[in-house]
Write a protein that binds this ligand. Structure first.
Ligand SMILES: *Cc1c(COP(=O)(O)O)cnc(C)c1O
Length: 425
């Protein structure tokens, strides 16, 4: 039997009996910066990006990092400096991307509920394209653009109705999802868009879900989208770019998603065969660029043996690591400095007053109070989803670059948490 590869390798790995991020011992980071602490490897992010860049070598393609996965400014900066664009879903994300040095001409704006104010903000910034998700949104964007004396570039997010075979909460391209425009209604929606003077049809867009670990849903979605491009262009409306969304999965628990370059080799072969190889292509990867570049370090507070279960109570909780509570998601958990003795089975839980506040179930761990654990695959959809539930301050974040450590977010204080609140007179 082969043991599954540890998530995050080779950038987050054991060296000299302790877990390191690149050249930095994680035990030192926990000691210096406290816990819970998010630690990211810059080389891991860039290596994940390079897999896509290799896949698209020689093509007219724009990689737009779906920044909701991890929107910390320094993380955005890493991708902006590497030439990435950004897929945003709010005015707040637009402001973050610009603050991190993003080129507005490489920003695309997705989401089912854009407000007029957000549309104005994005038009003013000069973003590349709005990914419009309903005909009602087309009408509003047309009004906002005309009022601003501009024409908004749009693509329609089309629902190709393929099953990405992932968790229902993160599957988005099926009928019955709130996202996108039904495949059957897309042509009529494009005809409407082409008739509106405040809009300019630029492309087509789809995004079928997240944590996808198979090739087939992508190949199916591509066929469906290309059929539609042919139909729309036959109706006299030019589609300049094709955006295939994000969604590629990562290894959380022995998962074996295709590598980005291999997946795109297959997809580009299909595009070439069908005569679309020279189109401008866009993709919106989030999780696959950052997920395994991060770990969350947490200290063991108490061990609580029980009749049916043993509990390992840690200082990180569902407010810091929301994925297990939200999606029953798995994060690998391991000691930063493993003990030689045999372990016991624990449910690893946080201090929050909810039974849903578990981080890992039935884990075999050799631990004692005071030990530091690493929760793996914590680079995506962790800090960006963190909350202050139970008036817990959000963790600090550090980014490791070789032997260098940059604090990219200080630990939040309780005073900062209630800064916007007022007592009654
Ligand atoms: C969330 C999202 C993405 C990124 O998904 P990942 O699974 O993180 O790659 C891309 N596009 C849209 C529209 C999204 O909502």
């Amino acid at each position: 039997m082969t043991t599954p590869q540890l998530p995050g390798q080779p950038f987050i790995a054991y060296q000299d009996a302790g877990l390191h991020a690149e050249q930095v011992p994680l035990a030192d980071l926990a000691k210096q910066h406290g816990t819970p602490l998010f630690v990211y490897s810059k080389a891991s992010m860039l290596s994940a990006l390079q897999a896509y860049q290799r896949g698209f070598a020689g093509r007219n393609a724009l990689i737009c990092y779906a920044m909701k996965a991890n929107s910390s400014l320094a993380v955005l900066q890493v991708f902006a400096r590497a030439g990435c664009g950004f897929d945003i879903v709010s005015g707040g994300e637009l402001a973050r991307a610009l603050a991190a040095g993003a080129d507005p001409a490489k920003i695309i704006f997705s989401g089912v509920g854009k407000t007029r104010a957000e549309m104005q903000q994005a038009l003013q910034a000069g973003i590349a394209c709005f990914n419009v998700e309903s005909t009602a949104e087309l009408e509003v964007l047309n009004e906002v653009a005309l009022a601003a004396g501009q024409r908004a570039n749009i693509s329609l997010r089309v629902n190709p109705n393929v099953d990405p075979k992932t968790h229902p909460y993160i599957s988005t391209g099926l009928k019955g999802n709130k996202f996108g425009i039904a495949h059957e209604e897309a042509l009529a929606a494009y005809q409407r868009a082409a008739a509106l003077p405040g809009l300019k049809v630029a492309g087509i867009d789809c995004h079928i879900g997240s944590q996808i670990t198979e090739e087939a849903p992508y190949l199916d979605a591509m066929d469906r989208i290309l059929d539609l491009v042919t139909a729309i262009e036959s109706a006299g409306i030019a589609i300049h770019h094709i955006d295939f969304g994000g969604g590629l999965g990562i290894n959380y628990n022995g998962d074996t998603p295709p590598a980005a370059d291999q997946l795109w080799q297959r997809l580009l072969a299909k595009l070439d065969t069908r005569g679309f190889g020279q189109r401008q292509l866009m993709i919106e990867p989030g999780r696959s660029l950052v997920g395994n570049a991060g770990v969350c370090l947490t200290e063991v507070l108490y061990l609580k043996p029980g009749e049916q279960k043993n509990f390992c109570i840690i200082d990180a909780a569902m407010n810091d690591l929301p994925r297990p509570a939200m999606y029953q998601a798995y994060h690998h958990i391991a000691a930063v400095q493993p003990r030689p003795e045999a372990g016991a089975e624990y449910d690893v839980v946080g201090p929050v007053c909810e039974s849903g506040d578990w981080i890992g179930r039935d884990r075999s761990l050799a631990v004692q109070p005071g030990d530091v654990l690493a929760v793996f695959s914590a680079g995506a959809y962790c800090m960006s989803m963190a909350s202050n539930y139970n008036t817990r301050s959000r963790p600090a974040e550090v980014l490791v670059d070789g032997a260098q450590v940059h604090v990219i977010r200080a630990r939040e204080t309780v005073a900062e948490q209630f800064r916007l609140e007022s007592l009654l007179p």
